[in-house]
Design a protein around this ligand. Structure first.
Ligand SMILES: Nc1ncnc2c1ncn2[C@@H]1O[C@H](COP(=O)(O)OP(=O)(O)OP(=O)(O)O)[C@@H](O)[C@H]1O
Length: 234
């Protein structure tokens, strides 16, 4: 699904050069649930941004479904980003002036050809998936942190992405709500086959995924299947 070959990312300012990623080689197959761990500043968010086509590497090749993204024009890349990839962030990024339903529908505004009734139906389906059908008319400030994150996941789901990139989705949540979000992600992965790459600082959460990649100083230092992921349960 996503392949990174010899990826380097260097941030250059007037005075400082920071090597955020160095010689990263990774393949994320379709349907896998992968977590990425490592100390602050080791390059995890940079990695996710490159995988999500939000940022470009300084060197190296990013392939989506076997095609190097350098072959695509900007418009095609924007299309891939909108159609294939859903993003979930630690701080939800919801719009407080919009209802839950309107927040979830928002990405469809950028997609032509979806009627108002169709997008409403898609938003309701996404909210049902995350167990928030009863909160459609609420506003983000009227929700708990876990519920807000579920709205953010529903918003990521509305475009029916094949891959979800989640940057510390449980980072702002207590352990009970964190578990709740983790269960939503595990269900999406197991029932719908959604590929998920999740950055986390929480070892317990990481152990629930299928594969754990550890980073240190911009490089992978380990990459292994976990033991806790239940391969039988679908
Ligand atoms: N826009 C930027 N300009 C310059 N340096 C940057 C920029 N973004 C990130 N960096 C540097 O690149 C390195 C990797 O940053 P990144 O945000 O990917 O780390 P991280 O592992 O996600 O950290 P955290 O766990 O704290 O979120 C850090 O040293 C950071 O200072």
């Amino acid at each position: 699904m996503i392949t990174l070959k010899n990826i380097e990312k260097v941030y250059q300012t007037k005075t400082i050069e920071t090597v955020a990623l160095h010689n990263v080689n990774l393949h994320i197959p379709k349907g896998e649930f992968v977590s990425v761990m490592g100390p602050s500043g080791c390059g995890k968010s940079t990695l996710l941004n490159i995988m999500g086509l939000l940022d470009e590497p300084t060197n190296g090749i990013v392939e989506i479904d076997g095609t190097p993204i350098s072959r695509y024009r900007d418009k095609e890349l924007a299309h891939i980003r909108n159609q294939k990839i859903g993003f979930v962030f630690q701080s939800y990024h919801l719009i407080n002036d919009l209802s839950v339903l309107d927040n979830v529908e928002l990405p469809l505004l950028y997609r032509s050809g979806t009627s108002a009734s169709e997008s409403r139906h898609m938003a309701l389906t996404a909210l049902e998936k995350v167990g928030l059908s009863a909160r459609t008319k609420h506003y983000p400030t009227q929700l708990s942190g876990g519920q807000r994150q579920r709205v953010a996941i529903a918003r990521a789901l509305i475009g029916q992405p094949e891959i979800i990139l989640a940057d510390e989705p449980t980072g702002n949540l207590d352990s009970v709500m964190g578990e709740e979000i983790m269960n939503v992600l595990l269900t999406l992965n197991r029932q719908d086959g959604t590929t998920i790459v999740m950055v986390t600082h929480d070892e317990n959460m990481a152990q629930k995924t299928e594969r754990l990649i550890r980073f240190f100083d911009g490089q992978q230092v380990s990459d292994a299947k976990t033991t806790a992921y239940d391969y039988q349960q679908v």
